[in-house]
Design a protein around this ligand. Structure first.
Ligand code: PMP
Length: 437
C-alpha cells in the first residue's frame, strides 16, 4: 500500500475532522480498497499531481467529467473569460441558448433541454416530469444503476451507494432517511432481464410512469446492454404508455457524439445528462421532445428551478468542450484509445494468467476480476473485490490512479494519448502479477 508523508496524513486527519468521512462524496474515500486517499493539488492533461509532488495518470477524470483531460487550454480560457465577466446573474444569457441548441443538435431524443446543477437533479426532475405527464406514481429502476441520491433513486443503487450505503434488501433504500413512500414507488428489475420488466408491467402497467435506465450501466463497473434489452424497454414503455428515461449522465458525449442512444439506435422519451457537458464544473441537464419539455415551468405547470442553473462559467466550459468534441475524427480517436487500453489490459491479464474481463465503448472501459463480463448487479458484485483492491494499490504505486472501488468505470479521455495508454498497460502487466499473489 502506498505510504504517505506526514503532510498527507495530517491533512487526512483534518479532513475527517471537518468533513464527514473526510470527503465531499463517498466514493472518493478509500473505504473499499483501504488506505488513505491522495490530496490532489493540480491536474494537467492526463495527469493529476498530489500534495507530495507525485504524478498519476488519472483514470477517474472527475468521474467522467473531464473528457478533454485536465486544464485543457480551450476550457481554461473559456472559464477565465466567463469569470471575468461575472460569475452568475440569475438572468438569461445567450451562451446557455447556444449550449441548449448544441445538445439538441447532438442527442436524438432532445429537442429542448433544461440545465440543472447535477446529475441527481437531472434525474429527479425528469422523473417528476414523467409522473406529471402520465399521472402515474411508479418508476422502474434497475439494480446496480445509479441515478444520483434523490430519495426514489436510492434503492438498490450502484456506485458509492453499494459500498457505503445501508445494506440493501430487495426494495429497501440504500440510506436511512429515505422516505419509505418514495422508495416504495420505485419498482426494481435486474439489468438485462427484460422478463423482470415485463412482469412489472403485467402487474402494474397502468401505474408505471417511467422506466429509468443507464443505457450502458457504468455504476456497477461497466455492464453493456445485451442485444434487445433497450429495444425491449422501448417497446414495453410505448405499449403501456410509460416514458423511457435514459440516464446518459456518464454515457452522454462519452460513448459518442449522440450518446448511447445514437450509438445503439434506441431513442428514449427523456434524456438526462451531466458531467462532460459542464467541462468539470457542476452541471446536469434533462431534455426531450418539445411537447414533453414544454410541460416544464414556466412553459408548463411542472415546477423545477435553480438559482445557479445555466451558470455562465459552467456553460462557457461546456460549450468549449463540445466545440472540441464536434471536430472531425474526435470520437474515432476516443474509440481507438479506448480499444487500445481494453486490448492492452486483456493481453496483460492473459499473460499474467489472471481472469479479468474488460469491456469498452468509446471512452468508457470496465474491468472486472471475473471469468466472464458481468451482465447485472449480482454478477458485477460477484467479481473479486479483494483482488481489485490489491490491483488498485499496485497501480497507484506505479503512478496510475484508478477509481478507489471495484464497481466503478475506468475513464479514458482525449488527453490519454497512445503513450499514456501504453504506460497504463505496462503498469497493469506488473500490477496484475503482483495482485494475483
Ligand atoms: N446518473 C449517473 C449515471 C451517474 O453516474 C451519476 C453520478 N456519477 C449521477 C446520475 C448523479 O450525478 P451527480 O453526481 O452529478 O449528482
Amino acid at each position: 500500500m502506498t505510504r504517505h508523508s506526514e503532510a498527507t496524513q495530517q491533512w487526512w486527519e483534518r479532513a475527517r475532522h471537518a468533513i464527514p468521512g473526510g470527503v465531499n462524496s463517498p466514493v472518493r474515500a478509500f473505504g473499499a480498497v483501504g488506505g488513505t486517499p491522495v490530496f490532489i493539488v493540480r491536474g494537467q492533461g492526463p495527469y493529476v499531481y498530489d500534495l507530495e509532488g507525485r504524478r498519476y495518470i488519472d483514470l477517474v477524470q472527475s468521474w467522467g467529467a473531464v473528457i478533454l483531460g485536465h486544464a485543457h487550454p480551450a476550457v481554461t480560457e473559456a472559464v477565465k473569460r466567463a469569470a471575468a465577466d461575472g460569475t452568475s446573474f440569475g438572468m438569461p444569457t445567450t451562451a446557455e441558448v447556444e449550449l441548449a441548441e448544441t445538445i439538441a443538435g447532438a442527442i436524438p431524443s432532445v429537442e429542448m433541454v433544461r440545465l440543472v446543477n447535477s446529475g441527481t437533479e437531472a434525474v429527479m426532475s425528469a422523473v417528476r416530469l414523467a409522473r406529471a405527464v402520465t399521472g402515474r406514481p411508479y418508476v422502474v429502476k434497475f439494480e446496480g444503476c445509479y441515478h444520483g441520491h434523490s430519495d426514489g433513486m436510492l434503492v438498490r443503487a450502484g456506485s458509492g451507494a453499494a459500498v457505503y450505503g445501508a445494506p440493501q434488501g430487495t426494495s429497501s433504500p440504500a440510506s436511512p432517511g429515505v422516505s419509505p413512500g418514495a422508495a416504495g414507488e420505485t419498482l426494481l428489475a435486474r439489468y438485462n432481464h427484460l422478463s423482470d420488466v415485463e412482469a412489472l408491467f403485467d402487474r402494474w402497467g397502468d401505474r408505471i410512469a417511467a422506466v429509468v435506465v443507464e443505457p450502458v450501466a457504468a455504476n456497477m463497473g461497466v455492464v453493456l446492454p445485451e442485444p434487445g434489452f433497450l429495444e425491449g424497454l422501448r417497446e414495453l414503455t410505448r405499449r403501456h404508455g410509460s416514458l423511457l428515461i435514459f440516464d446518459e449522465v456518464i454515457t452522454g458525449f462519452r460513448v459518442g457524439w449522440s450518446g448511447a442512444q445514437g450509438r445503439l439506435g434506441v431513442t428514449p422519451d427523456l434524456t438526462c445528462l451531466g458531467k462532460v457537458i459542464g467541462g468539470g464544473l457542476p452541471v446536469g441537464a434533462y431534455g426531450g421532445p418539445r411537447a414533453l419539455m414544454e410541460q416544464v415551468a414556466p412553459a408548463g405547470p411542472v415546477y423545477q428551478a435553480g438559482t445557479l442553473s445555466g451558470n455562465p462559467i459552467t456553460v462557457a466550459a461546456g460549450l468549449a468542450v463540445l466545440r472540441e468534441l464536434a471536430r472531425p475524427g474526435v470520437y474515432e480517436r476516443l474509440e481507438a484509445l479506448g480499444q487500445r487500453l481494453a486490448e492492452g489490459l486483456r493481453q496483460s491479464a492473459r499473460e499474467a494468467g489472471v481472469a479479468l474481463s474488460v469491456v469498452q465503448m468509446g471512452g468508457l472501459v470496465g474491468i472486472a476480476f471475473a471469468e466472464a463480463a458481468p451482465t447485472d448487479f449480482d454478477s458485477a458484485r460477484a467479481a473479486d473485490a479483494g483482488r481489485y483492491a490489491r490491483f488498485f494499490h499496485a497501480m497507484l504505486e506505479r503512478g496510475v490512479h484508478l477509481a478507489p472501488a471495484m464497481l466503478e468505470a475506468v475513464f479514458v479521455g482525449l488527453a490519454h494519448d497512445e503513450a499514456v495508454v501504453d504506460a497504463v498497460v505496462e503498469a497493469a502487466q506488473a500490477a496484475l502479477i503482483e495482485s494475483a499473489r
